[in-house]
Design a protein around this ligand. Sequence first.
Ligand code: TLP
Length: 346
Amino acid sequence: MKTIDLRSDTITHPTDEMRNAMYKAEVGDDVFCEDPTVNRLEKLAAQKMGKQEALFTPSGTMSNLLAVLSETRHGDEIILGSEAHIYWNEVGGSAALGGVSMRIVENLPDGTIDIRKAEESIRSQNIHYPPTTLLCLENTQNRCGGTVLTAEYTRAMCDMAHSHSLKVHLDGARIFNAEVFLGVPAAKLAEPADTVCFCLSKGLSAPVGSLLCGSTEFVARARKLRKMVGGGMRQAGVIAAAGIIAIEKMVGRLAEDHESARQLALGVASIKGMKVDLSLVQTNIVMFEPPEHMEAPSFIKMMLGNGVLFTYPGGHRVRATTHRMVNSSDIDEALVRIQKAVTGTI
Ligand code: TLP
């Protein structure tokens, strides 16, 4: 039985073209900024995001951490959506290593945060309060099911934040999925944010890496902090070479992942007792509810036994993520297995 792995788009393997480019990559010592392939990747990333410069980091988690460390001082407060990856899934690094407190504002189901609520959470001048210095947004919003933030929404949030002298960091781990869904260039989606990062190792299929982009001064600070946290990577051209192909060749195909997600969501919605909000299935993530009589972790365990892998985001929810390594017939097969397994429990 073939395993259909819908846990994450992070499981994608590099393409043959990437492997060839990695084999042939020109390299140097990137801590001395002498790796020509890394330099090329960073330049390309900065261009794509419409920022002055970019920094190659080993992971999205490190990019987000460096953004927070660079844009805040120990003791500051940062504002995040209640479903933010930085808040949920980064081991509390911003608090543990950056010494910032995280002020959480509810994410609405579509991945946005109410602008008024965000504004109300900004601290006023008061001897008792920590200064609020950074707002973090996420596009696409992972835990809200890969929902996209429009350029207009991001602009309004950034204008509001800037009017209170806050900086804005955009966790754009999957910003190219938003680009493809909206038909709006990532640079436009990131334009009002001070800093943005995106991942190479998700739907774009590179084996490793993320790019953190912003002003020249910001990237210089982040580069030093990257060294501090042990992210100086020497002959990193070997992995950067795959990243260049990810950006140049793999963005367009994300539309296929979005189609697979829709196919899966429509199929799941048609299975008795299962629930999915189709309006929130915009990119490559599907959040659905298993039948009431089954706990989500038990459903996931049962499906593991049937060779279909999901992740558990908490609550009565299951997450499926589509990617290059599952095609339309895999999705059909996954649906058959889900249908059979669920029917067997009724
Ligand atoms: N997300 C992973 C898991 O950590 C949950 C996934 O499978 O979706 N920002 C966002 C919005 C992300 O979704 C992720 C990874 C990251 C940052 C961190 O990237 P990495 O895994 O490269 O540290």
